[in-house]
Design a protein around this ligand. Sequence first.
Ligand SMILES: [Fe+2]
Length: 375
Amino acid sequence: MAADPLLASPVAPAAPARPRPPAGARPVAPAELTGVELLAGLPWTALQELATQAQRCSFRPGQLVFREGDQGDSLHIVTTGLLSVVRPSRDPGLILQRLGPGDVFGEVGVLNSAPRLASVVAVDSSETVEVRKEHLDSVLLADPQAMRHMLGTLALSLTLAKEELARHNSKLESKVRERTQDLRESQLELVRRLAHAAESRDDSTGIHITRMSRMCAQLARDIGMTHDEAEQLMHASSMHDIGKIAIPDSVLLKPGPLSPEEWEVMKSHTEVGAQLLSGSRSPVVRMAEVIARTHHEKWDGTGYPDGLAGEQIPLVARICAVCDVFDALVSDRPYKDAWLVEDALAEIARLGATHLDPSLARLFVERRPDLRAGE
Ligand SMILES: [Fe+2]
């Protein structure tokens, strides 16, 4: 196969001379024109007329058929060989299309003489049947019915092309949605794994994180948050204690009471967690940063690290605080046994006056959490 001479440089060679028909070329049959979608609907008499005037052309390897920017004046049907479509001005080095027997090119040229949008060059020895614009014009002018056939064909092609485009766009959109969902799933899985890794040092089952984050989503729905917001909170709340990653075992796993110094170290998990999660563009991680920093703030302002009070504490953190305290109460810890659910609910109600947002605490007790979540 010969190299495409137009691929190497955007500078076009001189305009091609019109090829002469090969010596002894056989006449063009009307049936050879029916492969051209534009002409396929023409009456047989019109095709016969066009076939009489159509011309066989042969091209040597490397020879230009026409050049980008030339005035369009004919279409070609490839009968033998191989040709390339290239656009040196905009896509140097790129073959836009390969054309072989049966392919048609240059249709726009016989409709409106517009400049050629691309160049076509023979790769191998090739032969085409050329239908010239002036011949098509005379056939159409002499036969209004043929003109209507052609317009009908064009209108149908346009309609089908629009439908195909709509189908293609719809497929693309659903693919993008799928990919986005996949990406989101894998990001959330990483988040879950990270959260569990942080939690696994003092909760080997990871049940606290799973159960607490699902209770957060439930309470969020109970106060009227949307499904998406509640789901976002479920993922974000699972990272509330991620800062524990930086707390030494001697403090985190100490069975007895902490000394004042150890307590300061323990409290730092809020700021460390927020630091770890800061600067993200993900809405889930940004929410997680807020929760990590503020989930130990108390309604009466006696919490840490900033001593925020009442509605100064972000709502998502107030929701997490209720669920975190409740789940801690009903869980076994190195320093205590699990409380009975009724006792834990009574404690939540009591803490509503001091530690927790009172209306959230009341609602939580009324609705009773579903402790099966996460099992
Ligand atoms: Fe915490």
